[in-house]
Design a protein around this ligand. Structure first.
Ligand code: KDG
Ligand code: MG
Length: 381
């Protein structure tokens, strides 16, 4: 199954996506998601100039060998741009492998261990009343895991007491049953993270998400020892092996890498296997900047993993608008009767891209918002 053509497509059916297209000599096409929010052109250049020239003539069946040669074989390892580019290539290779075998990717990964991937929804808002209203609407849609960030856009984590008091009030209003999640978005210092996690213990969170940035990896052990609040970590990770020590030390409870940034299905699966041996579960990243291809790849892995925990599903109704539907066909479906995502049992990832439609929605330069603290200094977004 020789790789003959490799292309990258930038499209903006509502937001920018970076789509990888690999074609084999016998005409099979595989799709991958290499979207890196606000850095799409850098990934495009990495693919065209550095990754694609290595792929021509290679055997598309050898996904692991391609992964190794693009990760390790280049000497310069990773980083968000190169790992996102590699992620897109890796997903496209799994898609091709499934199409060649006539099997869905989850079958290639060992087969289903579950019928659907339970999701959590985003219910965060400016007021407690609005959060409770959002959560009740979500419950009506069959979802009972909610992210309940208080404030806009992710909560003001300099006001630690405000965050803690707000979430405790949400818990009080929603009762003990729903599973609650709070995303710190890597904004806390190690001390602040301990304070938030301890303060939120009475809320009995499902997990506290990304309390610390990757430069504070060494602090996760201390955080774990300081609190009973479960900790999820990893959406900024671009090197799967960097998280391995945290898993082995029992410092995190959920690994939540992004399949479009960590090195695709191949990388996330390696990490999930380490996690399984250590009793750690998965909670893979599911933001709106993941294209429907990345979402489908993530759900295929969710369905196959024995240690799946939960799948993030951001604003599922508004997430992929009509324009996205013109570009991408197929992919993951949400089933309100179970509050979970599933993928069709079609060969590969089960998703297709209309290139004409993609071309009609042109890339638009955009960046993640910048945040500054009250005194004007740069703060983490
Ligand atoms: O591009 C950045 C987003 O993916 C991120 O801000 C979303 O934190 C996020 C989440 O948990 O979905
Ligand atoms: Mg997050």
């Amino acid at each position: 199954m020789e790789i003959r053509n490799a292309d990258v497509v930038l499209t903006n059916p509502g937001r920018n996506y970076v789509v990888v297209r690999l074609e084999t000599a016998d005409g099979l096409v595989g799709w991958g998601d290499a979207t890196l929010n606000g850095r799409e052109k850098a990934v495009e250049a990495a693919l065209e100039e550095h990754l694609f020239p290595e792929l021509e003539g290679r055997d598309a069946h050898r996904a692991e060998d391609v992964w190794q040669s693009l990760y390790r074989g280049t000497y310069w390892r990773g980083g968000p741009v190169l790992q996102s580019a590699l992620s897109g290539v890796d997903m496209a290779l799994w898609d091709l492998k499934g199409k060649a075998a006539g099997l869905p990717v989850h079958d290639l990964l060992g087969g289903r261990t579950r019928e659907y991937a339970t999701v959590y929804d985003h219910c965060g808002d400016d007021s407690i009343d609005a959060i409770v209203e959002n959560a009740e609407a979500s419950l009506d849609r069959g979802i009972d895991h909610f992210r309940v960030n208080v404030g806009d856009p992710m909560g003001d984590y300099l006001d630690l007491d405000g965050v803690v008091d707000g979430v405790l009030e949400v818990r009080d209003r929603l009762g003990p049953d729903p599973e609650l999640i709070v995303d710190v978005h890597s904004r806390a210092s190690p001390r602040e993270a301990r304070q938030i996690a301890r303060g939120l213990e009475p809320a009995e969170l499902f997990f506290l998400e990304d309390p610390l940035a990757p430069e504070h990896d060494a602090e996760y052990g201390a955080l774990r020892n300081a609190t009973t609040t479960p900790i999820a970590y990893g959406e900024l990770a671009t090197d799967p092996f960097a998280l391995q020590p945290l898993i082995e030390d029992g410092a995190i409870d959920f690994v939540r890498v992004d399949l479009a940034h960590v090195g695709g299905i191949t990388a996330a699966r390696k990490l999930a296997t380490v996690a399984e041996g250590n009793g750690t579960k998965t909670a893979f990243h599911g933001p709106p900047d993941l294209s429907p291809i990345g979402q489908a790849a993530t759900v295929h892995l969710d369905l196959a993993l024995p240690n799946f925990g939960v799948q993030e599903l951001t604003d599922y109704e508004e997430r992929y608008g009509d324009a996205v539907g013109e570009v991408f066909a197929g992919g993951a479906n949400f089933d309100p009767s179970v509050g979970g995502l599933d993928v069709p049992d079609e060969p590969g990832l089960g998703i297709d891209v209309d290139l004409d439609a993609a071309a009609s929605f042109e890339y638009e330069r955009s960046h993640l918002p910048k945040r500054r603290a009250e005194d004007g200094s740069v703060a983490d977004w």
